[in-house]
Design a protein around this ligand. Structure first.
Ligand code: C2O
Length: 516
């Protein structure tokens, strides 16, 4: 077990049979490469296939058994909060170590699946059948990875996230300390998680469509390697991870085989001894990495406003507000928040309009010239603003393939309104809704059984939440009549690829709009 001193010293170690081993050795110096660049006989791909076959053949009593390793995910994975990225990073490192042992390839590194470029299951994972190919898995139907899920617009919004909680999902609502019970409590998903992460899970479907089974599909780990790469790429652009002690000092104890690790030990690939072949893109046409790194300082004051917003407990606001509330900062400056309750259900036939009243023209609070520019947070006037809508207490659609399109202030919204409409914001998928707020297993080793464990919900179930960046859409509308409106109207338009209108029905009980 990792000692307290090792945590404090910021060094990393793991224990195998009582011997401390540097985590550098655990990384093995591997370079994670894109699966698209790999030929059918690629050495890492072949090693992965051998290792997966070996893990599947191990008895259930062995912690390296495939389904048993997958059950770790079912039992411990945080979704919808700021532990999502570091936990899954550790999980991949843990798998890589097993694969090195079982494949005999000492520098094995996981491939990643860049679904921005390749919208099909990589050929090596689709060949043959689950019986003949260890990398195959039961997966229904054809993939529906769409541009709104992994294309340049989504990648641009993700890579332009102004702080860690905008990039990697927000802290659990009401979190006060680093007790392990917060690991799976609900914060809010942000674009990386609710769009490409959740979307690709649902598009692949089958085992991948459920938290309890997703890690049984060998493609799971390549999907997460790409998520992990995007995190590293966001850092490479000069963006810093959260400095909050509640995040950094949080420990994942007895989650992974023989490895206890804290978030502070999971800050970068280099800290763990691996790297990516490409962390620079191309992610989106309008992202120029070097320019952004240079100018990040211009966004600093907005980041300090964001920090105040992150710590603000929105449960202290009245349930019904007539207008936006001004929240003054101790060090000068202020930000605003407005919210609305919603009882209406959205479905494909009936999009829902949720008017959030500011009590005065929204242009009095949202400054058009602080938003305008493609490079939202780094160019333009000295004054920067960003605007977030948080959908809370979401009752997700029954049909998991449902995507919900988000628009603002669009008259006559319908299922045929195009996503290149200036009022379009983004689209959401819903992965893991069935797992929301599940408690951790009562004994840390419950997950060592074959079956996905049943977990008691020891806390009242809160619905999921999504924190959506409205900045780019508002920048497109700036100067228009919409800025003279006293309401910002958040609109939800479900779509249902399965054609099942009833299955697309969903609800968000509360919407908060924060102008930072
Ligand atoms: Cu913990 Cu992609 O899932």
């Amino acid at each position: 077990m990792l000692s307290r001193r090792a945590f404090l010293a910021g060094s990393s170690a793991l224990t195998i049979a009582g011997t401390h081993i540097e985590v550098r050795a655990q990384g093995g110096g591997g370079v994670r490469r894109s699966v698209r660049s790999m030929g059918a006989n690629d050495a890492d791909l072949a090693a992965y296939s051998r290792a997966v076959a070996a893990m599947k053949a191990l008895p259930a009593s062995d912690p390296r058994n495939w389904n048993r390793f997958a059950a770790i995910h079912a039992s411990f994975c945080p979704h919808g909060n700021w532990y999502f990225l570091p936990w899954h990073r550790a999980y991949l490192v843990s798998l890589e170590r097993i694969c090195r042992d079982l494949s005999g390839k000492a520098d094995f590194a996981l491939p990643y699946w860049d679904w921005s470029l390749d919208r099909q299951i990589p050929a090596a994972f689709a060949a043959g059948t689950p019986q003949t190919n260890p990398l195959n898995n039961r997966r229904p139907g054809s993939l529906a990875i769409t541009d709104d899920m992994t294309g340049p617009g989504a990648m641009s919004r993700i890579m332009n996230s102004p702080d860690f909680e905008a990039f990697g999902s927000t802290r659990p609502r009401g979190q006060t300390d680093t007790n392990a019970r917060w690991q799976r409590r609900v914060g809010a998903k942000t674009e990386l998680e609710f769009n490409p992460h959740d979307g690709v899970h649902q598009a692949v479907g089958g085992d991948m469509g459920q938290v309890a089974t997703s890690a049984r599909d060998p493609i799971f780990y390549l999907h997460h390697a790409n998520i992990d790469r995007l995190w590293s790429a966001w850092n490479v652009r000069g963006n810093e991870n959260s400095a909050e002690a509640m995040w950094r000092n949080f420990a994942f104890n007895r989650n992974f085989p023989q490895w206890d690790v804290a978030v502070s030990d999971l800050q970068s690939p280099s800290q763990l001894g691996y790297q990516y072949d490409n962390e620079r893109g191309p992610f989106a046409a309008d992202v120029n990495i070097d320019a952004v790194v240079e100018e990040t300082a211009r966004a600093r004051s907005m980041v300090s406003h964001l920090q105040a917003y992150r710590r603000f407990d929105t449960d202290t606001l009245p349930r019904a507000m007539r207008g936006a509330q001004r929240i003054a900062l101790a060090g000068g400056g202020a930000w605003h928040i407005a919210c609305a309750e919603n009882g209406e259900t959205a479905s494909r036939e009936r999009p829902v309009n949720i008017p959030v009243s500011f009590g005065r023209p929204i242009g009095d609070v949202i400054k058009a010239d602080a938003l305008a520019s493609a490079r939202l947070y780094t160019e333009g006037s000295a004054e920067r603003q960003c605007v977030w809508a948080v959908l809370r207490d979401i009752e997700p659609p029954k049909d998991p393939r449902t995507r919900v399109r988000v628009f603002i202030n669009r008259d006559g919204l319908s299922p045929t309104t195009r996503m290149d409409d200036p009022h379009y914001v983004t689209s959401l998928s819903f992965f893991g809704a069935e797992h929301m707020n599940h408690a951790m297993p009562s004994s840390p080793h419950d997950h060592h059984g074959m079956a996905a464990p049943t977990m008691a919900a020891s806390t009242p179930v809160m619905g999921g939440a999504a924190s959506i960046d409205l900045t780019a859409a508002l920048a497109r509308l700036s100067g228009s009549r919409h800025f003279r409106n006293d309401k910002l109207v958040v609109q939800l338009q479900p779509t249902c690829p399965g054609g099942d209108t009833a299955g697309s029905a969903m609800r968000a009980r509360r919407v908060e709009v924060a102008v930072i």
